[in-house]
Design a protein around this ligand. Sequence first.
Ligand code: SF4
Length: 288
Amino acid sequence: MKANNMTANEKRLATMRANLESLEAAAGALLEKGENMTAAERAALLEMVNIAYHDSGKIEGAASIDGSASCDFCMKMRGAAEENILIICGMCYAAADSWKEAAWRRHKLNARILSSVLFTKEELASIVLPSDITRINEDGDVINVTHARNILRIIETHGNMSRFGFWFKNHAAVAAGLDAEGVHDNDEKRRRYNARFVQSSILIGFPARPQWFSDVIFTVYPDKETTLEAIASGAHECNGRKCKECGWNCYNARKNAEGLQHVAEYLRTNKAKRSAVMEAYTAKKESI
Ligand code: SF4
């Protein structure tokens, strides 16, 4: 379409896409240099990592450093969800069509950069966070050990400026990252990271088996009754509240001293899907 026939919105989209393409090409050219990048080029690459400030929505008031729901891990999980409706990744909000194209592409670039180049703590310390509360992975997950180490180093170098909620399903990558960073127990983990490690359960209604480094197990339940049962058994109630309304529970590292915490969230979906999920949930419960 010729530029002068475009509506204002089409022009805005075309400009946004051109800017993204140029950013992606610049990052790709630097990544191709690998070990041959100069210090200035590494700094330029790191600056391309998108750090968002949320002025509305669930984490209003927080920053986020996101991976991408288009990463191999998330794609594999969504593939598995086609066979098993209880796998929560099949209802991923981040992968929904409504997710904005710019954010989707920036997060994809984040995952590409952070999983390819291991930055030093000195390099990562230069990142400016726009809030004293930061969520890791509002979108996506850590993909590999390099990605996990970069995130851990960001948390470590910014512990005086921000507290973190580090969400993950890919616990193998987080475990490998901690190991590579020389963190082997919770005392060391708490000394170095002003964070809660929030392990997200893969199956709806079935809390994940905690890893040694998990501070929170976050589980989505299929209906109101099962959510209330989990809360009655001691789980903290999430239920779609804004995080500031619940006091930033999943970001409060002091709570880690109290031991593992469960958090319960009510599945948001339509009637037909909920009924199919309930059927699968009941069948699995009965088979255990
Ligand atoms: S429990 Fe609180 S802090 Fe955690 S995700 Fe839910 S609303 Fe946010």
